[in-house]
Design a protein around this ligand. Structure first.
Ligand code: BV8
Ligand code: ZN
Length: 252
């Protein structure tokens, strides 16, 4: 079957549904110029994300971890949502129970207008007290983001005296209980799961397609390459999400 026939078939099956869940990863932001995690541009000074995005790295060298996050912030502070982000925001008007769960921390789905949105791994523009006093700081405006992205890699300090840390879920850390419960509930009750731009290797997000399938949902993967999910997906659309999501939306 040709890709265009597959897109037509997927659109036909999705059209009649009520509950649709989308799961996105770094690939949906690639066309906005945001480096993916495991792609060729995923390196920083020969460190991998899994070296630095951990509580241990922050405990050992908080300034280095902040320097990495400020480098990433500098890479994305001028990025804009691409057509793929905008289509997913408009999907909230297509299905009464559409929900978007993203692994991304870049905030681009929110900027594209997605409101029914769960940020599974936090948000790079927010910092929180590492001691858990509840203090958070958000770099909300473009100006504050540009200022922060160029700031020296000092470690911000909380009003309570503890260090501030990026409000991000690191490897080895549990996801927020409420967000995880809402996501698992949506995966177990959706009629279709769209998996867009993720290498499907990070858990618990990578377990969502199996959960959805076990509860009878169809799984559609959109990716430029094969992933561990491809064999289990009901439909695979091979290509860029910024092109395939608009093509799918046009047929709904
Ligand atoms: C947890 C925030 C338990 C950081 C992220 C050993 C020790 C400790 C833990 C583990 C372990 N082994 C396994 C684990 C579990 C671990 C895990 O899964 N590790 C993996 C590496 C094996 N998971 C965890 O640690 C999670 N927590 O398990 O807690 C627990 C329970 C109770 C109490 C205590 C603990 C936490 C996981 C969250 C980690 N944080 N991000 C930061 O950003 O700084 S994950 C990180 O990877 C990002 O969020 C990213 O989104 C995510 C997944 O990566 P992808 O989004 O898929 O990006 P990637 O580059 O890999 O792929 C991009 C894809 O897009 C590719 O397929 C590419 O082909 C495609 N693409 C590219 N361009 C396009 C495109 N597709 C379409 N269009 C395009 N244009
Ligand atoms: Zn504090």
């Amino acid at each position: 079957m040709s890709q265009s026939d597959t897109i037509r078939q997927v659109a036909q099956r999705l059209r009649a549904l009520t509950r649709v869940l989308a799961l996105t990863g770094a690939g949906i932001s690639a066309e906005s110029g945001v480096p993916t995690f495991r792609g060729p541009d995923g390196l920083w000074r020969n460190y991998r994300a899994t070296d630095l995005a951990t509580p241990g790295a922050f405990a050992r060298d908080p300034a280095l971890v902040w320097e990495w996050y400020r480098w990433r912030r500098s890479k994305i502070c001028d990025a804009s949502p691409n057509p793929g982000h905008h289509v997913l925001a408009r999907f909230e008007g297509v299905w009464p129970a559409f929900l978007l769960a993203t692994q991304n921390v870049d905030g681009l789905h929110g900027r594209a207008g997605s409101r029914r949105l769960l940020e599974l791994h936090g948000n790079i523009w927010r910092a929180r007290c590492a001691a858990g006093c509840g203090q958070t700081v958000t770099e909300a405006t473009r100006a504050s983001r540009q200022r922060d992205a160029g700031a020296p890699p000092t470690v911000p300090v909380c009003a309570c005296g503890a260090l501030m840390r990026p409000d991000i879920v690191w490897f080895g850390e549990a996801l927020d209980d409420t967000i995880l419960a809402q996501t698992l509930d949506a995966a177990a009750s959706c009629e279709a799961l769209l998996v867009v731009g993720t290498s499907s290797v990070v858990y618990p997000a990578a377990a969502l397609p199996g959960l959805a399938k076990r509860h009878g949902a169809i799984v559609v993967e959109i990716n430029v390459e094969e992933t561990p999910l491809t064999g289990a997906a009901d439909y695979t659309l091979r290509g860029k999400s910024g092109e395939l999501l608009p093509a799918l939306e046009a047929l709904l």
